[in-house]
Ligand binder design. Structure first.
Ligand SMILES: [Zn+2]
Length: 432
């Protein structure tokens, strides 16, 4: 048993605790409290004082594509989403990387995620190359094996191959693999239904879909025309037998019974209030990736309306092909700027508890509560901070993010018996 104390402790399930502490026993949170609280453990447990820091749960990055990390800086920013997709595909085809390059860039991305305080990821993969490096890392999460094919003829083959690939990965508690359809404009109704049937047989795994990211997607579904149709035709991926549903993306997926409480619907930039309500009714989570949306020319997501709808909101960075880095604190900073009326506490909950819940890890991580993993980070604070939640959504760089496990291991921090240390801390906090 060891007790960690800091200037601020953010349990997420409760308001931040000034001079808060948490007791850690064999890698799990045993107790949480603030200065002066009665101790539910022996008071000679050693205490490590982290000083002027904010201790919080590790972050959940609910939408990444680690296998695209090698494209970092190679696909320019775009004004239109289809323009970005065209450039991304040109990069992929024109300059295909070797396996070593792909693997090394993924390992660097995993290190970057850790350095930014991320403990859990929802990673989308076509090739499943991210499964092994993630399972070997200290991250947990879900790998979504993404399937895409608009042409109806070979939907069954695509599904069978996808299922075989998932099976070959084998079971894992820390990084399970599940199937996911790519998007309404790239998956045929038959493939959507096939994936749904598989999911009904595996009720414990979440799934994900890119949804209402761009105006071009809305146009294609409503009219069967526009820039997406042009691009799909150019790629030879268009099916002349595909009938546009002539409705919005959410209604379309709802008709196919794809929306449920295990679905992470990613982006939602184009969704109106009625569509958000429908997602909420179905219990889905919206995953917002605001910096990627800006990068690819999709526009800004309706962040205030996301929160006003009562939907569960999680946050992702998307891939390094459409973002400068994988720092989730930078997404929080943009979300706060786009939606100043959304309380910082709600944004922080999205970056921790909501992401963990959507990915099925709520019982283990995302909050500081007895029984949860001690997967905790600490953020340096300047002396002047009064509102710690506001500070944490104003942009935190990785050099100010530390893992508690590392800080404890750091020889510079001397543990003292809790009783003596706590008395000194009480005096110090009264003096502050
Ligand atoms: Zn994506």
């Amino acid at each position: 048993m060891l007790v960690v104390r800091a200037r601020w402790l953010l349990p997420i399930v409760d308001r931040p605790l000034l001079n808060g502490w948490c007791a850690i026993d064999r890698g799990r949170i045993a107790a949480v409290g603030r200065a002066g609280a009665a101790l539910p453990f022996r008071d000679d447990a050693p205490l490590v004082d982290l000083g002027n820091m904010a201790v919080m749960p590790a972050l959940t990055n609910a939408h990444t594509h680690l296998e695209l990390s090698w494209m970092h800086g190679r696909v320019p920013r775009a004004d239109r989403f289809t323009e970005w997709v065209r450039d991304m595909l040109r990069t992929r085809r024109g300059d295909p990387p070797g396996d070593d390059t792909v693997l090394m860039s993924m390992q660097q991305a995993i290190e970057e995620l850790r350095a930014c305080g991320t403990g859990l990821v929802g990673d989308v993969s076509n090739s499943l190359v991210s499964v092994a490096p993630l399972r070997e890392s200290s991250l947990k999460g879900v790998v979504f094996h993404e399937l895409l094919r608009l042409t109806a003829a070979d939907a069954d083959t695509v599904l069978e191959q996808g299922l075989d690939a998932v099976k070959r990965c084998g079971p894992s508690v820390t990084v399970p693999v599940s199937l996911a359809p790519h998007a309404p404009y790239s998956v045929s109704p038959r493939l959507f239904q096939g994936i749904r049937a598989v999911q009904e047989r595996t009720p414990f795994l979440p799934s994900t879909v890119h949804l209402a990211e761009s105006q071009e997607e809305v146009e294609l579904l409503a009219t069967g025309d526009g820039a997406w149709r042009d691009l799909l035709q150019e790629l030879g991926a268009w099916d002349s037998g595909w009938t546009p549903p002539r409705t919005d993306p959410v209604s379309y997926l709802d008709q196919m019974k794809v929306l449920n409480s295990r679905l992470l619907a990613v982006h939602g930039v184009q969704l109106d209030d009625a569509a958000l309500q429908r997602l909420k009714t179905r219990g889905a989570t919206i995953v917002t990736c605001p910096r990627s949306n800006a990068y690819v020319g999709a526009g800004h997501p309706p962040v205030e309306r996301f929160y006003r709808s009562g939907l569960q909101v999680a946050i992702g960075t998307d891939s390094l092909a459409s973002n400068d880095d994988l720092n989730l604190f930078s997404e929080l900073e943009l979300l706060h700027r786009l939606a100043p009326s959304v309380p910082p506490a709600a944004l922080l909950e999205s970056a921790t508890r909501s992401g963990a819940r959507a990915l099925g890890f709520e019982a283990e991580t995302g909050t500081i509560e007895p029984g949860r993993d001690a997967s905790l980070i600490a953020v340096d604070l300047p002396k002047s901070v009064v509102d710690v939640e506001e500070y944490l959504v104003n942009g935190i760089t990785p050099d100010h993010v530390h893992w508690i496990s590392q800080l404890i291991a750091d020889s510079g921090l001397r543990a003292e018996p809790f009783r003596e240390a706590a008395t000194k801390l009480e005096e110090r906090s009264r003096a502050d």
